[in-house]
Design a protein around this ligand. Structure first.
Ligand code: PGA
Length: 248
C-alpha cells in the first residue's frame, strides 16, 4: 500500500472562478499537489479543472457516475467513459447523499462500480450507517449489506470510504474507537468475502478537519480520508493532506 489517500469532495459547491482559484491554490502547494491527493469536483467543472491540473500530480475525481455504460438516451447522465475521457482518476460511488436523495440502491451501485472500473476510473464506494441504525445496534449489518456488491466484482481495483451518515457535515466525528472498529470490520469483511485482497484501501469520512485529521489518519486501518466541508478551504485541506503525507 503506497501512502494515504485524501480526496476532497466539493459536493454541489463552487462556481467556475472559485473552482479555478481553489485548484490553483492546491496546485501551488507541494502538500496538496502530489500523488495521494484528489479533488471530487462538480461534473460541470471537471474538464475545465482537468486542463488546469494537467502536468500537476493532484488527481481529478467525479462525485458520481452513471449506472448506464453505453452512450444513449439517458438524459442528464455522465458515463464512466466520459469521466475517463476528461481525465478522472477516481469517482465516488454511493455517497450517502446519493443514497438518501436519489434512492441509489445496491443494484444501481454495482452497475456504477463496474462501469467505472471498466473505464479505468477507480470507484470509491461510500458506506456508512445512520444514527438510528447505530442506535439500534444494526450498524455492522447495514455496512455488510452495503459492502455486499463487492462480492460481484472481480479484483481489488476500488477504494472504500466509511462515512457514518451522522458524522457528515454535522461537526460530529466518530470516536477513534468507533473508526478503528468499523475499519477493522470492513477489512476483515473484504478478506473473507472479496478476492481476499488486503490491498483495499479504506478511507474515513465525516467531519474530517485540520484539527482532527492527524489523529484520525493515525488510527489503525485508516488508509486516508474523504473530506467534505474542509476541502473547500485550501488552508484546511492542506493541513489534512500534510498530515496524511507525513504518514507515508
Ligand atoms: P464532511 O463531508 O467532511 O463535510 O462531513 C464528508 C463527505 O460527505 O464526504
Amino acid at each position: 500500500m503506497s501512502g494515504k489517500l485524501v480526496i476532497g469532495n466539493w459536493k454541489m459547491n463552487t462556481r467556475g472562478d472559485g473552482a479555478r482559484e481553489l485548484a490553483a491554490a492546491l496546485l501551488a502547494d507541494s502538500a496538496t499537489n502530489r500523488e495521494g491527493v484528489g479533488i471530487a469536483a462538480p461534473a460541470v467543472y471537471l474538464s475545465d479543472l482537468a486542463r488546469q491540473l494537467a502536468g500537476g500530480r493532484l488527481a481529478l475525481a467525479a462525485q458520481d457516475v452513471s449506472r448506464f455504460a453505453a452512450d444513449g438516451a439517458y438524459t442528464g447522465e455522465t458515463s464512466a467513459s466520459m469521466l475517463a475521457d476528461v481525465g478522472c482518476r477516481y469517482t465516488l460511488v454511493g455517497h450517502s447523499e446519493r443514497r438518501q436523495y436519489f434512492g441509489e440502491d445496491n443494484a444501481a451501485l454495482l452497475a456504477k462500480m463496474r462501469n467505472a472500473a471498466a473505464a479505468g476510473v477507480t470507484p470509491v464506494l461510500c458506506v456508512g450507517e445512520t444514527l438510528a441504525e447505530r442506535e439500534a445496534g444494526r450498524h455492522l449489518a447495514v455496512i455488510a449489506d452495503q459492502l455486499a456488491i463487492l462480492t460481484e466484482i472481480a479484483g481489488d481495483g476500488y477504494v472504500i470510504a466509511y462515512e457514518p451518515v451522522w458524522a457528515i457535515g454535522t461537526g460530529k466525528v466518530a470516536t477513534l474507537e468507533q473508526i478503528a472498529e468499523i475499519h477493522a470490520f470492513i477489512k476483515n469483511w473484504c478478506l473473507q468475502n472479496t478476492d481476499g485482497s488486503d490491498k483495499i484501501r479504506v478511507l474515513y469520512g465525516g467531519s474530517v478537519k485540520a484539527e482532527n485529521a492527524e489523529a484520525i489518519l493515525a488510527t489503525k486501518n485508516v488508509d486516508g480520508a474523504l473530506v467534505g466541508g474542509a476541502s473547500l478551504d485550501a488552508d484546511s485541506f492542506r493541513v489534512i493532506c500534510q498530515a496524511a503525507g507525513n504518514m507515508i
